[in-house]
Design a protein around this ligand. Structure first.
Ligand SMILES: [Zn+2]
Ligand SMILES: [Zn+2]
Length: 414
């Protein structure tokens, strides 16, 4: 899918992709490793304590020992540098988004800086672990190619209490139709804060679309027996359009696991409805942003989600040409389209979601229902198991109420 424009980008320096060596193909890498963090030793810059976590209401990391607060730097300047999106060529992949290597285990052993003992962190479950000998907290900061450490994280900005309010409001509005077991078991306190893996993509592309557009020239009716039928005359034009465009921060899911599990198909749809996220505020990786939250590992590489990007780029291209074909008042039928991707830039990122799940069984079919809250905007969407009986009952009640009102009106008027 990469274009053959061979002019190398004349950029070097920290955070910039190196120039393309002549004749070389394949992606360039931007190193996003957070050099300030040494693996395992992730200390408060003020007092050196390892007891650090995200204070959601402030959007900052806070040292639980000395209360010092700070943030990691934003990721975007590290990856994008100075170059304009229109000049983006080739494939640039941030180091946290490089291909996952199947040999690399998700279980990582760290040497405790406090006492020298070996501490095991299973990155499928957590990105930090406490040394049980000296109580130091050890964190995973090195970008081992197992998909667990992304380039960036968008920290939670909605607190747990705020998420609870959103979930209660969402379920409350649907209570009338909800299945009685759902209402009985409803326990929003079981909400879990989870960081979900996404690829955030910038692109520079061109598209050509070809088709036929019709302009109505006359409209008239003819008698056909008793029926009047409407006819129209139209001129048909061959229409072609070319569009050059860039996209900034498209978000593409990078975990296939949920999509393959039937019960979870639901979540993908749910999460898509609580987009977008303010990805411009994502910061460089620091495992302490995840303390108290769970996370899901990326299992898709750039090559695997490229088709999703191309689909999105084509639909963006179609909507971009729409404005220029309005004179074809009977519409345009596109028959051929061609996309050229000049350049893409890929960053792996954890996005914050509060998730309330409810396991529900009906006629032997297991279903998991979700209510998801965007951890930045509070946008809430989900599904609740519906009781058909209650739906009918609600309709009947509504009908009865309306009838009642009508009768009352009649009574008042007479
Ligand atoms: Zn401190
Ligand atoms: Zn130790």
């Amino acid at each position: 899918m990469t274009d053959s424009q061979a002019t190398p980008e004349p950029v070097t320096g920290p955070g910039q992709p190196g120039p393309v060596p002549p004749g070389a193909s394949g992606p360039r890498t931007v190193d996003t490793a957070n050099q300030a963090l040494h693996d395992g030793v992730n200390r408060c810059p003020k007092c050196g304590s390892t007891e650090i976590q995200l204070r959601v209401s402030a959007g900052k990391l806070v040292c639980l020992f000395c209360r010092y607060e700070w943030s990691e730097a934003k990721i975007e300047p590290v990856v994008a540098g100075e170059s304009a999106l229109q000049d983006l060529t080739g494939t640039v992949v941030a180091s946290g988004a490089t291909d996952i290597s199947p040999e690399v285990s998700g279980v990582i052993t760290l040497k405790c800086p406090g006492c020298g003992s070996e501490v095991v962190v299973n990155t499928a479950e957590a990105m930090s672990s406490r040394c049980h000998w000296c109580r130091h907290i050890l964190t995973i900061n090195e970008q081992v190619p197992n998909g667990a450490v992304p380039d960036a994280v968008l920290p939670f900005g909605i607190t747990r209490d705020q998420a609870l309010e959103h979930i209660r409001a969402f379920a409350g509005a649907r209570r009338l139709f909800a299945h009685r077991t759902f209402r009985r078991d409803f326990a929003p306190e079981n909400v879990v804060g989870v960081y979900l893996p996404y690829m955030v993509v910038d692109g520079n592309a061109s598209a050509d679309v070809q088709g036929f557009g019709e302009v109505e020239t006359r409209r008239y009716t003819r008698k056909n027996g008793d029926q009047e039928e409407t006819y129209y005359d139209a001129d048909v034009y061959q229409v072609g359009r070319h569009v050059d465009f860039t996209v900034d921060d498209l978000t593409i899911e990078s975990s296939a696991e949920r999509a393959n599990m039937n019960a979870f198909v639901n979540t993908n749809n749910v999460i898509n409805t609580i987009l977008p996220f303010d990805t411009k505020n994502a910061v460089r990786w620091n495992a302490n942003y995840l303390v108290g939250f769970t996370s899901e590992r990326r299992d898709q590489d750039v090559g695997q989600v490229e088709p999703v990007l191309e689909d999105q780029l084509l639909s963006i291209a179609r909507s971009q040409v729409e404005g220029s074909v309005s004179r074809y008042n009977r519409g345009v039928r596109w028959e051929a389209e061609h996309l050229v991707v000049h350049g893409t830039r890929w960053v792996s990122m954890y996005l914050p979601v509060w998730l309330y799940s409810y396991y529900y069984e009906e006629n032997g079919h297991a279903m998991v229902h979700y209510i998801a809250v965007n951890g930045r905007t509070g946008e809430t969407m989900g599904s609740v198991p519906v009781s058909q009986g209650r739906l009918i009952l609600a309709a009947l009640v509504a009908g009865t109420v309306l009838e009642g009102v009508a009768l009352w009106l009649l009574a008042v008027m007479s």
